[in-house]
Design a protein around this ligand. Structure first.
Ligand code: AHR
Length: 551
């Protein structure tokens, strides 16, 4: 929320004449207010905010995406058909690949050429310190443990084309040198038959260059990507990005940014780049930011109390301050604000569902709580449309904050999918300053000493955008049982027609499963709206999209 005088705002809200409202339901007094300020644009909402992430981890690639050309599961050239059809409908911006931590132990050459000749390797995730869960100890031999490399660069780029997304590849900084990165770039982007590697690509069935413009320089270089100090990583970044061939395609280079709130990583990296002059900073398109809420291996996704519901929502809400804080530090070095934030890993991370096979590391279908977390994050990115160029939840399918859950021929959409479907209406629109006033939610949580303390979260929040005459407002009501009776005021226009789409359930733990795939889905309803303000009841524990046609 911006810093306008809150008292003055509330007073003006209450002074507004009730006679101007078009009431949706009963004429109960509003306890909350939303004001959309049409003449205060924030920036254009990048369609890349609705991007995704695919890593060779658990059941993400093998089974989730790649079922193989000879599979009985319907597929397009080996890629699961149901996934392609559903993902395409979301108009995904960019897909990041092949990791994650996997990327810094990967050699792209293993994943090209005839499939039966590709080498088999131990997957990064099968033998790391992350091997902490019982499920993973039980991991059986298979593609999740022994990487067959049947899905590599060409299959990934073909998958991106099928769904209409741009590819984003992460280069290996920890265990391969600059030359391997240059060769991958050449294989992907050099014109057909002009170099040995582009000739190899043509032989592999891809005459046209893959046109990969997004390249990550390592992943989590502060951790699994090399355990570098920020100064060391700045040196690696400069080395990996010095005098790169472009093959006529401007490259968009993304630096391996901080772990959550580590501002020192951001400051010291930018300082390290700046030592060689401002030109080094200008090489960066984006600065990666990773933030997960939830705690690895602690609790399964659908086991929580109302206090734990709020606890996780509140921790997810930290995304707002992370964006603001890192943006401020970046501005100390990048005065022209050329570098944007790329939140290329975000989401809620729970324990693996005990019902899924051991190899499907961190897989679960997610609940209504995860849907609210998706909505809160997307609203945050939209509110910061001037700062966030791309965002990718971790990960697309079968792990962590996924949009899809699969097992062999079974396939479902998770609640996160439905939120993406609802929110894509904002893509390419102009984000507008929007004020939310609502009673704060209070709850209890345990502090570091395991002492019970009281904590709080806002009572309503969201974002609004305008494209042509269409105004879209998305709102989260986190209260687990209270309706928020809200006056919505649109400053500077009148409403002609409206429609709502809401995702909610009576049970906070609601989710979709293979047995009940449609248990949690959004519902549409007409909104009887006219004039420049109206009353609306936001259901408890809900994500709502209101779409208005302006006069
Ligand atoms: O998304 C799972 C893992 O989380 C990624 O591989 C890594 O980058 C992060 O720590």
């Amino acid at each position: 929320m911006t810093n306008i005088g809150r008292r003055a705002f509330v007073a003006s809200a209450l002074a507004t004449s009730v006679a101007t409202f078009a009431l949706r339901r009963t004429a109960k007094a509003a306890d909350s207010r939303i004001e959309i300020v049409l003449d205060e644009p924030i920036g254009s909402i990048s369609p890349h905010i609705y991007s995704h992430f695919v890593e060779h981890l658990g059941g993400v690639v093998y089974d989730g995406i790649w079922v193989g050309e000879k599979s009985k599961i319907p597929n397009y050239n080996g890629v699961r058909k149901a996934l392609v059809d559903s993902l395409k409908a979301l108009k995904p911006g960019v897909i990041r690949y092949p990791g994650g931590c996997f990327a810094d132990q990967y050699d792209w050459r293993d994943g090209v050429g005839p499939r039966d000749r590709r080498p088999t390797r131990v997957n990064f995730w099968a033998d790391t310190r992350y091997k902490t869960t019982k499920a993973y100890e039980d991991l059986q031999d298979g593609p999740q443990k022994y990487e067959s490399n049947h899905f590599g660069t060409d299959e990934f780029v073909a998958f991106c084309k099928m769904v209409g997304a741009e590819p984003y590849l992460a280069a290996n900084v920890r265990s391969r040198d600059v030359r391997v990165f240059l060769e991958w770039l050449e294989y992907c982007n050099a014109p057909a038959n002009l170099t040995t590697l582009s000739t190899e690509r043509v032989k592999n069935g891809f005459r046209d260059p893959h046109k990969v413009s997004f390249w990550g320089v390592g992943n989590e270089s502060w951790g699994c990507g090399g355990d570098f100090t920020p100064e060391e990583y700045a040196t690696e970044f400069r080395k990996f990005t010095a005098w790169l061939p472009t093959y006529g395609l401007p490259l968009k280079l993304i630096g391996s940014g901080p772990n959550g709130g580590d501002l020192a990583w951001t400051r010291r990296f930018f300082q390290g780049l700046a030592e060689k002059g401002q030109r080094q900073i200008a090489k960066l398109y984006g600065w990666g930011l990773h933030y997960y809420c939830g705690s690895t291996g602690q609790q399964i996704a659908n086991d929580f109390t109302p206090n734990e519901w709020y606890d996780l929502l509140e921790r997810s809400n930290r995304m707002e301050s992370l964006i603001e804080d890192h943006w401020r530090v970046m501005g100390e070095f990048d005065r022209e604000r050329r570098v944007k934030l790329v939140v290329d890993e975000w989401g809620a991370w729970h324990k693996q569902d005990p019902d899924v096979p051991p190899g499907y590391l961190y897989a679960y279908a997610g609940t209504l709580r995860d849907a609210l977390i998706s909505a809160m994050n997307l609203d945050t990115f939209q509110r910061h449309a001037d700062k966030v160029a791309m965002a990718n939840p971790a990960q697309l399918v079968n792990t962590i904050h996924s949009l899809f859950h699969t097992y062999e021929d079974k396939f479902i959409l998770t609640p996160n999918y439905h939120v993406f479907e609802m929110y894509m209406a904002h893509a390419g629109a102009t984000a507008l300053r929007t004020e939310f006033i609502a009673p704060k939610v209070s709850f209890t949580r345990l502090d570091a000493q395991r002492k019970e303390i009281t904590a709080g979260l806002w009572g309503l929040n969201g974002s609004a955008s305008l494209k042509d005459k269409q105004l879209v407002l998305t709102v989260v009501n986190p209260h687990h049982k209270e309706v928020r009776e809200t006056e919505i005021a649109i400053r500077g226009a009148t409403i002609k027609a409206g429609e709502s789409r809401t995702l909610t359930a009576n049970d906070l733990h609601a989710r979709n499963s293979f047995a009940n795939p449609h248990a949690l889905e959004p519902q549409n309803a007409p909104v009887n709206a006219s004039g420049s303000s109206m009353l609306y009841q936001f259901a408890p524990a809900s994500v709502t999209r209101l779409t208005f046609t302006l006069g």
